[in-house]
Design a protein around this ligand. Structure first.
Ligand SMILES: [Zn+2]
Length: 291
């Protein structure tokens, strides 16, 4: 897909530098260690501590400053830029689709984090994968997942990354339409099996919305290339429940194993792409076995 040099969204919150470990605790530990060593060497530990504390500001501040000033690698910078361009693409498409229905699209915020983050849905580790939190209307992504898409799930190329973002924005659409609320209310009243089925319906609909987005993106901007949709289908298959369960090596995938099979995910995405019609994502009306 063509994305370089295109307009970027301003609704990206970059937390990649703020979620790293703090150096201060390590500095204190170091001083204590020096004092203990000094004791063994027959020196007065209080003297050593006094000297060490005088040195501490330098020892403490420096690593932190270095940490925050380390520039992002070219690859990291590009990936963040890519995310901002794709988020802008979702804003433009859903703005238009909502306007056509006489509604106003409320844009979500996308949070880039590194390692772990705190959302209105609770603490999240990057192992959870990209996710959407209806409580704060934010999409959360650790960019390392994009490398995993290629390496672990063999979904190479740029468009699979766009599909992942579009899928999470699909959950935002469900939040705006009230679907997410309905589903979580229902899930509290049914058993585990029915709850999982509701989750599959919700996920397949998000895949469908990702397809609807790709349809309108191509119509509006013509930025997709032939292999893009094929690559997205490979990605949708790769993160299907059946595939994941087969290769499960103790790794947790977005929203756990309640997303639909490889075949279902690819089919619903493609269905959305072909039609571009939001109302066609009727995954709650179809018999579960016929999904
Ligand atoms: Zn999802």
């Amino acid at each position: 897909m063509r994305w370089k040099g295109r307009e970027e969204s301003t609704n990206v919150e970059d937390q990649r530098r703020s979620s790293g470990p703090k150096m201060a605790a390590g500095g204190g530990g170091l001083v204590l260690l020096i004092a203990v060593i000094a004791l063994f060497l027959g020196m007065d530990p209080l003297d050593v501590l006094r000297i060490a504390q005088q040195q501490q500001p330098i020892g403490n501040v420096q690593p932190e400053e270095q940490g925050s000033e380390t520039p992002f690698s070219k690859e990291e910078e590009e990936m963040a830029q890519f995310v901002r361009v794709i988020l802008k693409d979702t804003e433009d498409v859903w703005d238009k689709v909502f306007a056509q229905a006489g509604e106003r699209y409320q844009k979500p915020t996308l949070v880039l984090f590194s390692g772990s983050t705190k959302s209105a849905c609770g603490y999240a580790d990057k192992a959870v994968g990209p996710f959407y939190c209806p409580g704060d209307s934010k999409v959360y992504i650790d960019l390392s997942f994009f490398n995993e898409l290629a390496a672990k799930y063999r979904a190479a190329g740029e468009f699979p990354r766009a599909y992942v973002i579009a899928h999470e924005v699909g959950h935002h659409i469900q939040n705006l339409l009230g679907t997410s609320d309905e589903v979580s209310n229902l899930q509290q009243r049914v058993g585990k099996k029915e709850g999982n089925q509701l989750s599959v319906r919700l996920e397949l609909q998000a895949d469908y919305y990702a397809g609807v987005w790709a349809h309108h993106l191509q119509k509006m901007k013509g930025v997709l290339e032939e292999q893009d949709i094929k690559q997205a289908i490979v990605a949708a298959q790769a993160i299907g429940d059946d595939r994941l369960q087969k290769q499960a090596q103790g790794y947790v995938v977005p929203d756990s194993f309640t997303h639909g099979t490889a075949e279902q995910r690819a089919r619903w995405f493609y269905k959305g792409f072909k039609s571009g019609d939001v109302d066609g994502g009727n995954t709650f009306e179809i018999k579960y076995d016929a999904l």
